[in-house]
Design a protein around this ligand. Structure first.
Ligand SMILES: [Fe+2]
Ligand SMILES: [Fe+2]
Length: 322
């Protein structure tokens, strides 16, 4: 649904920007303040230059009490390393979902985001194994049927825009969850006296996440401003019914995510206030963009409900203290 060529300033009447002088004022489209694609391209170039994939051997994996570290943060390391490594499958899903993506999207996810995230996975996996935990077991091949359906429908550009929007919104929520999780993990490791791994494994990883978050945010805002009302309606509806916590595709993984929140101190109980705050942080962006018309709403209900469900499932499986 791009109405204007951002790179050249040409409009969809077929003429370059110069012809605007000949167009009556009431026919002119409002000029975009700044080309979104150009901004994204610049952002991706900066990410690639300033944040190359972190070499796995650059970290200091020495631990003071590896058993205690594994006990306190094992479920977090296992979950996060899997999610980071599964970006390889996520890229295959994106290739299905978006048959004709804007080149800047493809450049971002294939050339910059994929190698960065994969290395996050390698670092966390190395750390967990050195702490005595099993190697990560990412699922790199199972592609959900829904991607094939949406991908086939995506031959219509108006539908592909909806899929792209869902991709960006998932990205915003996912990266925000990761930023918050790594902040908690970093502090938790410091509190445990594990300074080396906090400073050389988690700190470099968490430094790379805000750049991903920013990418999706800029892209989502740009696309939203171009969408028609019926597209926005579909986005809101699909988002409400398909939202899931990062990396949670099965019931077991939902429970594991609940466990991650538990170990990070986000959800000590399923009704924890901290959990509501976490949901508000994850859902803030889409609350402001998608649900701005719903005055007084504090958090998208489906975000909070999902986290509650994960926390409940985790609590159900957790052995009760004697
Ligand atoms: Fe990451
Ligand atoms: Fe990320």
């Amino acid at each position: 649904m791009r109405k204007q060529d951002d790179a050249t300033g040409a409009d969809d009447q077929g003429g370059p920007a110069m012809s605007a002088a000949m167009t009556p004022p009431w026919r002119r489209r409002p000029r975009k303040p700044f080309s979104v694609e150009a901004r994204l391209a610049e952002h991706v170039d900066r990410l690639a230059e300033e944040h190359p994939p972190i070499p796995v051997d650059s970290a200091d994996y020495s631990m003071v009490r590896p058993e205690l570290l594994a006990e306190r943060f094992g479920p977090v390391l296992t979950y996060m390393s899997r999610v980071e490594l599964e970006v390889e499958r996520n890229v295959l899903e994106l290739n299905l979902l978006l048959p004709d993506p804007p080149p800047v999207d493809k450049h971002f996810y294939a050339d910059v985001w994929l190698p960065q995230e994969t290395h996050h996975g390698y670092l966390l996996d190395r750390l967990q194994q050195l702490a005595g935990l099993p190697e990560s077991e990412p699922d790199l091949t199972s592609l959900a049927f829904s991607y094939k359906v949406l991908g086939a429908l995506g031959r219509w550009s108006a539908i592909q825009d909806v899929s792209r929007m869902l991709y960006y919104l998932t990205g915003v929520a996912t990266e925000q969850s990761a930023i918050l999780a790594y902040n908690k993990l970093y502090q938790g490791l410091l509190d445990l006296g594990e300074k080396a791994v906090a400073m050389t494994v988690v700190a470099p990883i968490r430094r790379q996440e805000p750049g991903h978050f920013a990418y999706y945010k800029i892209a989502a805002q740009g696309l939203w401003s171009e969408m028609s009302e019926w597209q926005k309606w579909i986005v809101r509806t699909l988002r409400r019914y398909t939202f899931e916590p990062v990396g949670a595709y099965t019931k077991k993984q939902w429970a594991q995510f609940g466990d991650v929140m538990h170990h990070l101190g986000i959800a000590v109980s399923a009704t924890d206030d901290e959990l509501t705050r976490y949901a508000q942080q994850i859902g803030r962006f889409e609350l402001e963009m998608l649900w701005a018309h719903r005055n007084g709403l504090k958090v998208p209900t489906y975000v909070l409900d999902s986290l509650h469900r994960a926390a409940h499932l985790a609590a159900k499986h957790r052995p009760h203290p004697a």
